[in-house]
Design a protein around this ligand. Structure first.
Ligand SMILES: C[S@@+](CC[C@H](N)C(=O)[O-])C[C@H]1O[C@@H](n2cnc3c(N)ncnc32)[C@H](O)[C@@H]1O
Length: 244
């Protein structure tokens, strides 16, 4: 799978990801899907962009028969992982997925895909597709892919906020301003998509969508509606299966 050169965040930007985005409601969605499709609680997982490993730790403690691997290209975040004999750590980029020899029952992408930023908006969207296509061959026979992402839906032009946010955050000349406006990825970029854009990206793969779950809409400043053409932002969860 072809990736264009990925831009990377610096350690001060990565440090902000030393947290856990899976709250109780989001965890319930994950559990519901796992309990339906892996009812004996036995599965092997890969958490791509799994950072500090808190999500992997939660899976391992709730599903004692599971085992997992956290893959992340940030040494800073990988080093925050607590030891667990059932958790393997790989400090590498999603670009190296084809080197992995194991098969996995569940591959998680929790807020990783929007960070696969290349030197243009088109390249960033193509990197997202390459990451998904690189993961598919790693799935076991009944494998599932679980994706949490942010949905940036446009007011009239559905994909416009995604392109605007990418262009503003990736522009290093105005990084000082975008940082002050709260963009942690200022100077590097971020490629959030609308729900429809995420779905059309997934439709370009062989994956089959089993279930989509919506989170609550964020409350956002009116300026974001006006200047970024944003109708709504929320997290969404996609649970997908490998083609049979
Ligand atoms: C927004 S954080 C999400 C962390 C974690 N998945 C969670 O939900 O708490 C994005 C993560 O993706 C990782 N990441 C970014 N680019 C990556 C790449 N090319 N390969 C692997 N991991 C990457 C970052 O280091 C970071 O840990």
């Amino acid at each position: 799978m072809q990736f264009s050169t990925l831009k990377t965040l610096d350690n001060s930007q990565l440090e902000t990801f030393n947290t856990e985005y899976i709250n109780d409601k989001r965890w319930e969605i994950i559990q519901e899907n796992i309990d339906r499709d892996f009812s004996n609680g036995k599965f092997r997982f890969l958490d791509i962009g799994g950072g500090n490993g808190l999500f992997a730790d939660k899976l391992l403690s709730n599903y004692p028969s599971s085992e997992g691997t956290v893959l992340d290209n940030s040494e800073l975040l990988i080093n925050k992982n607590k030891f667990n004999s059932k958790k393997a750590l790989i400090c590498d980029s999603v670009e190296s997925l084809s080197l992995l020899k194991e098969k996995y029952d569940i591959i998680f992408f929790n807020w990783l895909l929007h960070h696969l930023v290349g030197s243009s908006y088109a390249e960033s969207k193509s990197n997202i597709l390459s990451a998904l296509n690189s993961a598919i061959p790693l799935l076991s026979e009944h494998g599932r892919i679980s994706i949490y992402e942010n949905m940036y839906d446009g007011l009239i032009l559905d994909g416009l906020p995604s392109a605007l946010v990418y262009n503003l955050t990736s522009n290093s000349a105005i990084a000082g301003i975008t940082k002050k406006m709260g963009a942690n990825t200022a100077g590097v970029g971020v490629c959030f998509l609308s729900k429809n854009q995420w779905i059309s990206t997934l439709n370009k793969t062989d994956l089959e969508l089993i279930k989509y779950s919506d989170d609550d809409k964020w409350s956002i400043p009116v300026a974001w509606n006006v200047f970024l053409h944003i109708k709504s932002i929320r997290c969404g969860h996609f649970w997908l299966m490998k083609p049979i």
